[in-house]
Design a protein around this ligand. Structure first.
Ligand SMILES: NC(=O)c1ccc[n+]([C@@H]2O[C@H](COP(=O)([O-])OP(=O)(O)OC[C@H]3O[C@@H](n4cnc5c(N)ncnc54)[C@H](O)[C@@H]3O)[C@@H](O)[C@H]2O)c1
Ligand SMILES: O=CCCC(=O)O
Length: 527
């Protein structure tokens, strides 16, 4: 109810009109909020955003969003369908002709203003992230600066969208290229980084001069809405950013985006399965695509590694967002000479974690996003134990804290046939596999359908080059467990998808290269 009271009068009147039955019929427990206090209450929006206006679904339907830490209701969002998506696509298409004519410098200023507003409001945005995603407030603050950094970065790229001057093969011809915005872009992002995944797409799209229809994640739509409100305040013109929301209708919304011939590009971050579906759906309209899909990252510790650095790297890589990032270590391979020492030191660190609701002081790790995630984690642990692995820490749900909490877990004596060796857990389970030789572990690491991130730890410089070259992954971390950086290209190979986000390459995903050939310029008279 508190969230309801924080909405604007216009929104309240609409919700009252369309939802009064649901509001009054909700069970008492479900309507009790543990709402964080926002400095700017108008950042909490329970509507979608089309053509510069906050709107409801045309059908009037809504879906509920729940706090993963408490299970309590946060609020509702419009349950949009194809009709709403078509309106958003039309708004983006109508805005495109004038937005594409803005200069890179003008777009740079808009993105910079948006960046500044996010930084000014970072505490509120972080609270929204913690509320709907569950991650501890400090991590949420980190995500806000990471998310904002993509607007800063692409505000700097926008004025530097250079083409080439090309020496022609044909005498008398002159050839040059121009990078043009691809057009209306459909962006689909997951819940694990409610802010950063969407800014990593909107930043380069706008920098290139594209307009967008973004579908925010059904589990975590409020962060995207708050960012959009700040974009509105930054003066992004109507129709340039459109945010559609859905939960149950997500497949229909994805179908409408991919089927549209007006949408020229789809950028998706999420699971490999959904990525493949969207690629099939996009075939008829031959869209430009970039897909950041699932991972199953190997994390290799060689005997010659610095033990403390390797342990710190494993803690950071494995347990970031309670294991719910696509680049989290999933298979931790430790060489036999250092295996026992690593297992002991690593387990000691994991035992120091404090699990709890993300707003609670001192909490280092929050809940998982929902009960399906908890069930998958439990299934992976049970499978490993049934096949002979030994639990060193955790291994079970923390039901006393709430339905979505799972104890940070360390398991040793993992072997190749176990589920974790071939499936991404996406949760707080560190599985330690022993190995003996460099060739053996490189082969194990590469024996995966996916290839997003891989990590290894060694003090041997020659080995560092050798193994980095041999690993079949889009990103390799050497002696570090954190590789995310707006300046560094982010993306995978194999079934982890294609395309790169962030970095100097990120903007290329949103442009087409036009070649201009001027023929027969002739010779100067008299020369
Ligand atoms: N490579 C990366 O950069 C990256 C980043 C984050 C997450 N991921 C991957 O995402 C997965 C976890 O996220 P998830 O479980 O929410 O993934 P998911 O694929 O189920 O969902 C991702 C997004 O796609 C939407 N979606 C689902 N079905 C859709 C459909 N038919 N049409 C259109 N949209 C649809 C969801 O609503 C959500 O917004 C993991 O596999 C993880 O590795 C990858
Ligand atoms: O979960 C995927 C993205 C995480 C990151 O950008 O570091």
């Amino acid at each position: 109810m508190k969230a309801f009271l924080r909405t604007t009068p216009a929104v309240r009147s609409h919700i009252t009109r369309t939802n009064h039955l649901r509001l009054i019929s909700r069970p008492a427990a479900a309507s009790v909020h543990t709402a964080p206090e926002l400095k700017d209450k108008s950042l909490f929006k329970e509507q979608s955003y089309i053509n510069g206006q906050w709107v409801n679904a045309k059908s009037g339907k809504t879906f509920e969003v729940h706090d993963p830490a408490t299970g309590k209701l946060i609020g509702t969002m419009p349950e949009m369908n194809k009709d709403d998506v078509d309106l958003a696509i039309k708004a983006a298409a109508d805005a495109f002709p004038s937005f594409k004519k803005t200069t890179g410098r003008q777009r740079s200023k808009m993105l910079r203003k948006w960046y500044d507003l996010i930084i000014e409001n970072s505490e509120d945005i972080a609270k929204l992230i913690t509320w709907e995603n569950g991650k501890p407030l400090n991590d949420a603050k980190g995500e806000v600066s990471y998310a904002a950094s993509f607007y800063e970065w692409f505000s700097e790229e926008a004025p530097r969208l250079y083409g080439d001057t090309i020496p022609a093969t044909v005498p008398g011809n002159r050839v040059y290229t121009v990078k043009e915005p691809v057009g209306v872009c459909g962006l689909i992002t997951p819940w694990n980084f409610p802010a950063a995944m969407i800014t990593r797409k909107i930043g380069p799209a706008l920098a290139a001069g594209c307009t967008v229809v973004a579908k925010s994640p059904g589990e975590t739509p409020y962060t995207a809405a708050a960012l959009t409100e700040l974009g509105h305040r930054a003066g992004i013109p109507p129709g340039v950013i459109n945010i559609v929301t859905s939960l149950e209708n997500t497949a229909e919304v994805g179908g409408a985006i991919t089927a549209s011939d007006t949408v020229k590009k789809v950028s998706f971050t999420g699971s490999t399965g959904v990525g493949k579906l969207l690629m099939k759906q996009s075939a008829d309209t031959l869209k430009k695509l970039s897909f950041e899909l699932g991972g199953n990252a190997p994390f290799i510790v060689f005997d010659d590694a610095d033990l403390d650095i390797a342990v710190a790297g494993a803690v950071a890589s494995k347990f970031r967002s309670s294991g719910q990032t696509c680049v989290c270590a999933n298979r931790i391979y430790v060489q036999s000479g250092i295996y026992d020492a690593f297992a002991k030191a690593f387990t000691e660190k994991v035992n120091q974690f404090k699990v709890g609701p993300g707003f609670q002081e001192g909490v280092t790790h929050g809940p998982l996003i929902h009960d399906r995630a908890v069930s998958k984690v439990q299934a992976h642990v049970d499978d490993a134990v049934q096949h002979g692995a030994k639990v060193l820490a955790g291994g079970q749900k923390l039901s006393d804290l709430g339905a979505n909490f799972f104890a940070p877990t360390v398991i040793r004596d993992m072997t190749k046939g176990m589920k974790i060796s071939s499936e991404e857990t996406f949760g707080p389970v560190a599985a330690l596999f022993p190995f003996n030789t460099e060739a053996e572990v490189v082969s194990l690491a590469n024996d995966a359908e996916v290839g997003l991130a891989g990590y290894f730890f060694s003090k041997d410089t020659q080995r560092c080059y050798r193994v980095a070259e041999a690993l079949q992954f889009g990103m390799v971390g050497i002696n570090t467990g954190i590789i995310s950086d707006p300046a560094a290209p982010f993306g995978g190979v194999k079934h982890s998808g294609f395309g790169r986000e962030g970095s100097k390459y990120g903007i290329d995903e949103y442009v087409t290269v036009k070649t201009v050939t001027l023929g027969g310029i002739g010779d100067l008279q008299g020369s």
